[in-house]
Write a protein that binds this ligand. Structure first.
Ligand SMILES: C[S@@+](CC[C@H](N)C(=O)[O-])C[C@H]1O[C@@H](n2cnc3c(N)ncnc32)[C@H](O)[C@@H]1O
Length: 278
């Protein structure tokens, strides 16, 4: 069975990342404020895991156990209830969640890059491509960024992004939330100090690593200021660091500077993050 350490903080934590742990590759478990979220990616016997978690929460602060059957997009409370409002809290910044959505509004594997960007964003102009719920925007604003452009083709995630700034009392002055195709946008015709490219591994009508990454690198690097920094990611077991390094170096003047390891709670994560500069 599982062997989870009691966790008593309100901050989001991935307690079990089955996809990398081999024993239960169909399972993930998160601590989100007062709730435990257990997600099954395949149809499996649920009872032993639920019983384990019922015992687990007798030693922690959690009030709710919420079950998500990803394979049929079903979300229900097993213990307690699904809170009306629930947030993933990361280094005190809140992300508004919707537990009924396939993707709930927060990706915890890329947490180290958000902290890193917060540290380097003072007075910087930032382009956040594939922004989703605008996590990089919030952390760079807290770090003192002066201008931020968020781009995503999905209007509803941008709306959540705007709400996220508001609930964290982060000013949205000089922050844009643009519903654009990242492959076609003119990026407000600006030049940027920092560009973040964090695309899906594959999305029909959205992004295809094989077809689009090269194009995107050629296009975005024209919008980078002299001495600017580009962060590029890939999250797929099919592509390694070498692939990502080559795709940027062969299609621009940039060179790989460093690898930023993903959140270590996501054991054997397939997420690769590389910083590029001149
Ligand atoms: C993996 S999420 C990005 C995660 C995000 N960077 C974060 O920090 O949480 C992928 C996002 O890319 C968006 N997307 C996919 N294809 C796109 C395109 N061609 N242009 C703009 N957004 C796109 C999706 O709507 C989705 O919100």
């Amino acid at each position: 069975m599982l062997n989870l350490k009691p966790y008593t903080s309100q901050e989001f934590k991935r307690l079990y990342h089955g996809r990398g742990e081999k024993t239960y590759p169909f399972l993930t478990i998160d601590s989100i404020e007062d709730s435990i979220l257990i997600e099954f990616y395949e149809k499996k016997e649920e009872t032993p895991f639920i019983n384990y978690l019922k015992n687990y929460i007798s030693k922690t602060h959690h009030k709710n156990i919420i079950l998500k059957r990803r394979y049929k997009n079903e979300t229900l409370a097993i213990v307690g209830k699904i809170p009306n409002k629930i947030f993933a809290i990361e280094n005190k910044i809140k992300f508004k969640l919707n537990l009924f959505n396939q993707n709930i509004g927060y990706f915890g594997d890329i947490k180290p890059l958000r902290s890193y960007i917060e540290q380097i964003s003072k007075n910087k102009t930032i382009l956040n491509l594939f922004s989703y719920t605008c996590g990089f925007s919030m952390f760079s604003r807290r770090g003192g960024a002066k201008r931020i452009v968020n781009i995503d083709m999905n209007k509803s995630v941008l709306k959540t992004g705007l709400i996220n700034h508001q609930i964290n009392n982060l000013s949205t002055k000089n922050i844009s939330f643009l519903q654009h195709n990242a492959l076609k946008s003119n990026y407000k015709k600006l030049l940027y100090d920092i560009i973040i490219i964090d695309p899906p591994s594959f999305q029909k009508g959205g992004f295809d690593i094989n077809k689009d990454y090269e194009k995107l690198i050629k296009k975005t690097t024209k919008h980078l200021k002299e001495g600017g920094i580009l962060f590029a990611t890939i999250n797929s077991p099919k592509y390694d660091y070498e692939f990502l390094k080559n795709i940027v170096e062969k299609n621009s003047y940039l060179k790989m500077k460093k690898i930023i390891p993903p959140n270590k709670d996501y054991i054997n994560s397939t997420l690769k993050i590389i910083e590029f500069g001149e």
